[in-house]
Design a protein around this ligand. Structure first.
Ligand code: MG
Length: 203
């Protein structure tokens, strides 16, 4: 499977990192080795001094497809979860300045902890999903899918023009504002609505 990640999908987050709000989705990928195995802690990587968390809704692709029309995109996912797009912000800044790809900063081992998934049929509207991240029992990020620049369906339509989607792929759909540094000994709790979806420690 593969992990596709959308960048700059919340206007307030694009602003906080001084990035322009994009006219088209920006995407990059993480390998399956970026998944954090269940019940494991996340170990702070030795190659960064500025590891940032980005909490994001994650959709799980439920069937294969290429060049999917936006009006049919809803048929390609049935479950939603929440994850962290861990980012070595110092390395990413270097990559951006030099015009280099972001893999060093984004695709490293265990950089994509993902929660359990819940059925999309359980939500009254996919355009009104609250989600968030608590660290050490304090809210650090809270978002709502209504603030996405590009909807789940638009993302699927756009990405699948370039990259075939396969059953089991994950799409990280972008982070709201409030990203910041993770620290050793932090306790992460990821929520959709009031439901605790994933918890892990940084070591
Ligand atoms: Mg992200």
């Amino acid at each position: 499977m593969k992990i596709i990640c959308i960048g700059r999908n919340y206007a307030e987050h694009a602003k906080e990192l001084n990035n322009p709000v994009p006219a088209k989705p920006v995407f990059f990928m993480k390998p399956d080795t970026a998944l954090l195995p269940p019940h494991n802690p996340f170990f702070y990587p030795p190659f960064t001094n500025d590891l940032h968390y980005e909490v994001e809704l994650v959709i799980k692709i439920s069937r294969n497809g290429r060049s999917i029309a936006e009006k049919f995109a809803h048929k390609y996912y049935q479950e939603i979860g929440v994850g962290i797009d861990f980012t070595a912000r110092d390395l990413q800044q270097e990559c951006k300045q030099k015009g280099l790809p972001w893999e060093l900063a984004k695709a490293f081992d265990f950089s994509a902890p993902v929660s359990k998934f819940v059925p999309v049929s359980g939500f009254a509207s996919l355009n009104d999903i609250n989600f968030g991240l608590k660290i050490n029992n304090e809210w650090r990020q809270r978002g709502n899918s209504r603030d996405m620049i590009f909807s789940f369906d638009r993302i699927i339509a756009y990405v699948s023009q370039f990259v075939m989607l396969r059953k089991g792929d994950y799409i990280f759909t972008g982070t709201p504002e409030g990203v910041g540094p993770a620290k050793i000994n932090d306790h992460f709790e990821l929520f959709i609505g009031d439901e605790l979806m994933l918890a892990f420690n940084v070591k």
